[in-house]
Design a protein around this ligand. Structure first.
Ligand SMILES: [Zn+2]
Length: 146
């Protein structure tokens, strides 16, 4: 299933839809969306699985961030470094990215050895990444019934 993401560009009132699909087309489409909004881009990677970094080559000019242990894993994984030649910036605690401050943390031995996630306490937002799957968490099942 493809998930459309609506975005606004600085010149358009409402931009086109970015329809995300399977890699590697997905990364090219996402890159087009980043370019269209005409703002600085950054990549945050949650963990060292290919489906999370397979499109890294499309973003070689951008900074990549990850929780510190995840960053170490990525920086020493040939499958990743073949796609992205710069070093992933490891974060312990908080990191200012653009105008926003993100807190980075991880859970060990869940979906993989080190599962990074980020959150913003001020806005009560958690980017749980692969720690939560659709319809597998009871709280989400109550909010989004079938
Ligand atoms: Zn994974």
């Amino acid at each position: 299933m493809r998930h459309p993401i609506q975005y606004r560009s600085s010149r358009q009132k409402i931009g086109s839809f970015c329809r995300l699909g399977p890699a590697p087309v997905f990364a090219a489409e996402l890159r087009n969306c980043v370019n269209a909004i005409n703002k600085p881009g950054t990549v945050i990677i949650s963990h060292n699985h290919g489906d999370h970094f397979g499109g890294a080559g499309n973003f070689g000019d951008l900074d990549f961030y990850a929780e510190s242990e995840v960053a170490e894993q990525l920086n020493s994984t040939t499958d990743f470094t073949d796609l992205y030649s710069r070093k992933v910036i490891g974060v312990t605690g908080t990191q200012m990215i653009g105008d926003l401050t993100f807190a980075f943390d991880k859970v060990s031995n869940a979906e993989t050895g080190e599962n990074g996630y980020i959150y913003k306490v001020k806005h009560k937002i958690v980017f749980a990444e692969d720690l939560i799957y659709n319809l597998t968490h009871p709280y989400l099942e109550r909010i989004y019934p079938k």
